[in-house]
Design a protein around this ligand. Structure first.
Ligand code: AMP
Length: 438
């Protein structure tokens, strides 16, 4: 068996792709999915806890829609002529019964509020969510097929200040987690009316030169000309095209001015090339990017979508939101060396010899019943090895159970921070550890 001595990321990828690995490892996670191993879970919990606490403090409440939706939902909302709907959905069945794993969460949130008639109860719904989304993309660093999105949607208001609020909220969230290296890019792509005019301007501009565009763009000229602006392959040409922000009506310009004013104190740049890949956006669009991420540099993206709720059978109300990828956040944490220490257990109970293993088990369970956390050895290991494990777990106390002390009704209690060791009655151990505190 050969394992390269250097254990950098490259080497381990090499091994995973090798014939040896494929033959020996018949069961692998599907490409583009990730296991979150126990060492990483504390960091995930920190993200989840911060989302729940901070987003609630801004008045957002969690909604948990299903992971499966009727495929038609995404056709209607995300848009027929988008990369996601055209080629990235995991779909089961056909026709009107077809179901898809959600590629994004916004359509489900709108569907749930409309379906349950919640707009009849109150006008403004401030929702957050956290959970997996699925897209059949080509996997690469920061681009997975199952990934986790957190996001907010404020539905029922056209106030520009709420566009600023959601941007401020994600900036606050990043700051709280210690992420300092990011940029906010902002643009305004206009309302339904501005977009109708801009669509014609784009068509007029592109039509005579369509031969210079890729095959994909050619099919999109008539179906959805805005998608051409997203094409990476044609970027040089699209950079020369007229900009949406220069064709906004007076009301969209006022809206954007107030968004900018409400972002006072937040550093951002106006980037007229931000278009976003989905159909439903209107007016404000934005992205959070980080240069620590490489090619897939978007940490979050969002914007206003003023027609979606109405189009999906709800009232004609404005809405704004964003979605952010948690795995990409993890990559930024790694680059900035942001970590979280796991919780230290209260105790580790060790057996001096085999004759007391049953007593160690009993004592450990008594302590757990007293709300203390801790573990013991189940592998018949030596006293030294048990101490090594105790150290590794970071236990605050080690309880040493030996036949002589037990004969006197006692055990030894060692405080791992102070180092002192004392013989005390078994019945007093829980109280001592509790009083010593965390
Ligand atoms: P989008 O709706 O495509 O703008 O996605 C919102 C956010 O989700 C992005 O800014 C990323 O952080 C994250 N994201 C989107 N697609 C993926 C993917 N395939 N893998 C990992 N994260 C993703």
């Amino acid at each position: 068996m050969y394992f390269p001595r250097k254990s950098g990321v490259k080497e381990s990828f090499g091994r995973r792709d090798s014939l040896w690995y494929r033959l020996r490892m018949p069961f692998r996670a599907p490409s583009g999915t990730e296991d979150i191993l126990p060492d990483r879970v504390p960091l995930w919990l920190r993200v989840e806890e911060t989302v729940r606490r901070l987003f609630s403090s801004y008045g957002y409440r969690e909604l948990r829609p299903p992971l499966l939706e009727y495929t038609s939902l995404f056709h209607k909302s995300t848009g027929e002529v988008t990369d996601i709907v055209e080629k990235e959905m995991y779909t089961f069945g056909e026709g009107k019964d077809a179901l898809s794993l959600r590629p994004e969460v916004t359509p489900s949130i709108v569907r749930a509020l409309v379906q349950k008639g919640l707009f009849g109860r109150q006008n403004l719904w401030k929702i957050f969510y956290l959970g997996p989304s699925f897209r059949r993309e080509r996997p690469q660093k920061g681009r997975l097929r199952q990934f986790t999105q957190l996001g907010v949607e404020a539905l029922g208001s056209s106030d520009p200040r709420i566009d600023a609020e959601v941007i401020r909220l994600y900036a606050h969230f990043l700051d709280e987690l210690g992420v300092t290296r990011y940029e906010i890019r902002l643009n305004s792509i206009g309302c339904h009316d501005c977009r109708a005019g801009y669509r014609e301007i784009l068509r007029k501009e592109i039509t005579p030169k369509i031969g210079e565009y890729c095959d994909h763009c050619r099919t999109r000229l008539d179906r959805n000309v805005f998608r051409i602006l997203d094409c990476k392959g044609c970027r040089e040409k699209t950079r020369e095209l007229p900009l949406a922000i220069d064709h906004n009506c007076a009301s969209c310009r006022d809206h954007f001015a107030l968004v900018e004013k409400s972002l006072e104190g937040i550093s951002y740049t106006v980037d007229p090339h931000i278009v976003r890949g989905l159909d439903y956006y209107t007016r404000t669009v934005f992205e959070f990017t980080s240069d620590l991420l490489g090619a897939q540099d978007a940490l979050a993206g969002g914007g206003r979508y003023d027609s979606l709720v109405g189009n999906m059978g709800g009232p004609d109300v404005g809405a704004v939101g964003f979605a952010a990828g948690v795995e990409r956040l993890m990559l930024v944490f790694d680059a900035l060396e942001i970590g979280v220490e796991g919780e230290r257990p209260d105790f580790y109970a060790v057996a001096v010899d085999d004759s007391v293993r049953g007593d160690v088990f009993r004592i450990a369970n008594q302590l757990r019943s007293a709300d203390l956390s801790g573990d013991l050895d189940f592998e018949g290991r030596s006293l030294r090895a048990q101490f090594r494990t105790a150290n590794k777990t970071g236990a605050r106390h080690v309880i040493v159970v030996g036949p002589d002390e037990l004969g006197r009704g006692n055990v030894k209690l060692k405080n791992m921070s102070g180092g002192e060791e004392e013989e005390i009655p078994v019945g007093e151990v829980a109280d001592r550890i509790t009083r010593a505190g965390k």
